[in-house]
Design a protein. Structure first.
Lengths: 345, 230
């Protein structure tokens, strides 16, 4: 379980230390205070290849549609604080066994840059190249990134930490959810997921993965309907709950990151949904990081947080003098405050 | 209760802390008086709060009123804007014993943890936010908020000649001074606010015929005290 996190020069964070992280971490804050960036920092550090940066950027709407440059810097510069790569960036977390995992990007001054004879140099600034390094308990790995005439070559990931990131894009990806469900089903471990879904949505009879016409997805058998339908067609809430439970089930002893957890969930079922999610996370020894803007969601988890101080923490992100600051509160403090009706977002 | 459904007092009590000073009262009617007094005297920089009876959601405690300061202070730390708070002024009824009243609040502050504990009434504790305890009506006068408010009612109130004999008939000398003041005040408010005779002290300030003048010199000492932390 991740216990602490340090970030330097990543996205909006100049320097950030979060010394006390618990099983259930709720992240609040106004727009633009780095909630999603904090999840991204964790996700990137879990990877083992520079590819994970590109995926993360794609979810932000920064797709690598076409590429022409003599340096990889333009592709990766928005990961650096104020777009300045000179100081490099570093993300490091420590787990409950005291082991560390660290990812760094630094400027690789040793690299020779070859320019073809017909290159028209249009920018006055120097080209820089970047070095991607992961340090894990198993050792130190580099993930070279090469620009070729066919595109970017990136190495395969090494020593990946079990972490799943559900955001606005990935939470709705039917194929990914179906793939995860299949892997869980192969272990005969899908029962608790199905039970949890049926408990909250009693109209659901059974869940299964189908691939009609090659469209892989999780399908639901519903009371009163003669055919199975895609989970997303039944409701966004069912789809979201399945995606979260399946992510937890496929990341045992790992981490699941959920951006804006309340999206798609009717406020009156947020409490039972959280109870299902948190119970399943404990069963699978999974740690959850969730961001939220929702008062209803905070009210749904507050009683549990207040009674289980050691398992819950609230991180409130705030922008102060242009820099992001994080305030940390234990479950007792933030649960009590929410129950009293205090604003904590 | 949803924040968008709250009145001004509830918003101040539950929303983001936006002022440098929080005046923590025993209840909503005390907070309403402080809020209206501050507005009337042009005192800026304060926000009022009170331990709501059980809060709207609070399931683990039902501490409220003068017994609810400790839990309120514990919960307060996670509230948005807390780190910008400079002073917390706790207003508590003096009741019959000045020392016991202060000691009760000091113990609650200590029990809340992470706050400096003042050593005497009207003294600010070490640390940020500094915590100050102020007794009502004041350290030397037995009673509560109602005693203070009663003292401000104009001696020229047209029904004064009736109130005196009526209160004599009520046998109020046999009950504590604070309770007697509540009975007197409720009677005077009911007789004065003809359009809303049941107006509580929370809402009396906006009623036609409100018999308690906020401009009264009886409130000067409290207003000057609050101004020190504004």
């Amino acid at each position: 379980m991740i216990r602490s996190l340090e970030i330097d020069n990543f996205r909006c964070f100049k320097s950030l230390i979060i010394p006390d992280i618990r099983r259930f971490t709720v992240i609040t804050g106004k727009n633009g205070t780095g909630k999603t960036a904090l999840l991204e920092s964790l996700f990137i550090s879990s990877g083992g290849s520079a590819e994970i940066y590109l995926r993360t950027n794609a979810w932000r709407g920064r797709d690598l549609v076409s590429f022409s440059a003599d340096s990889v810097l333009p592709i990766f510069e928005d990961f650096f604080y104020k777009f300045d790569p000179r100081g490099g960036l570093r993300i490091r977390f420590r787990d409950s066994f005291g082991e560390e995992r660290e990812v760094c990007i630094s400027v690789d001054s040793s690299k020779v840059i070859n320019l073809p004879f017909d290159t028209k140099v249009s920018e006055a600034k120097h080209s820089l190249d970047l070095k991607f390094t992961w340090k894990t308990p198993k050792g130190e790995f580099e993930s070279p990134v090469e620009i070729t005439k066919d595109g970017i070559k990136i190495s395969q990931p090494v020593d990946v930490f079990p972490m799943t990131y559900l955001n606005v894009v990935t939470a709705g990806l039917a194929r990914e959810t179906a793939d995860r469900w299949s892997a869980i089903s192969a272990r005969n471990a899908e029962g608790p997921i199905e039970d949890a879904v049926k408990k909250i949505f009693p109209e659901v009879i059974r869940l299964s993965v189908l691939s009609p016409g090659g469209l892989l997805g999780v399908y639901v058998e519903v009371k009163g309907l003669e055919r199975k339908i895609p989970a997303g067609l039944l409701s966004a809430g069912v789809n979201k709950l399945i995606a979260i439970l399946v992510a937890i089930g496929s990341s045992p002893k790992g981490v699941v990151l959920i951006d804006e957890i309340e999206n798609g969930l009717y406020y009156k079922i947020e409490k039972p949904i959280w109870e299902s999610i948190s119970d399943f996370a404990v069963q699978n020894d999974v740690q959850l990081f969730v961001t939220t803007h929702s008062r209803e969601f905070l009210e749904a988890i507050a009683p549990s947080a207040e009674l289980d101080d050691k398992s819950y923490s609230l991180l409130r992100m705030e922008k102060e003098n242009g820099d992001i600051q994080v305030e940390t509160f234990g479950g007792n403090e933030f649960g009590g405050a929410v129950e009293r009706g205090f604003e904590v977002r | 209760m949803r924040l968008d459904k709250l009145d001004k007092l509830d918003t101040q009590n539950q929303g983001e802390l936006t002022q440098p000073t929080l005046v923590l009262c025993e209840g909503k009617r005390d907070a309403s008086f402080v809020l209206h007094l501050a507005e009337q005297r042009g005192i800026k920089g304060i926000q009022t709060g009170f331990p709501d009876p059980g809060g709207q959601f609070k399931v683990t405690s039902n501490a409220y009123g003068k017994s609810g300061f400790k839990e309120y202070l514990v919960d307060l730390r996670a509230r948005t804007g807390f780190k910008n708070l400079r002073h917390i002024v706790i207003l508590r009824d003096r009741d019959g014993d000045e020392t016991a009243a202060f000691k009760d609040v000091a113990q609650q502050i200590a029990g809340a943890g992470k706050y400096g504990v003042p050593t005497a009434a009207e003294q600010e504790s070490e640390g940020t936010p500094g915590v100050i305890v102020r007794l009502i009506p004041d350290a030397a006068t037995e009673g509560n908020l109602d005693v203070l408010l009663l003292s401000a009612i104009d001696a020229t109130h047209p029904l004064n000649h009736c109130f005196g004999p009526y209160f004599d008939c009520c046998g109020l000398e046999a009950i504590p001074i604070g309770e007697a003041a509540k009975i007197k005040l409720t009677t005077i408010v009911a007789a004065s606010c003809r359009k809303n005779p049941s107006a509580s002290l929370t809402f009396v300030w906006s009623q036609v015929g409100n018999p308690i003048p906020l401009a009264s010199s009886k409130f000067d000492d409290l207003a000057d005290f609050l101004r020190r932390f504004a």
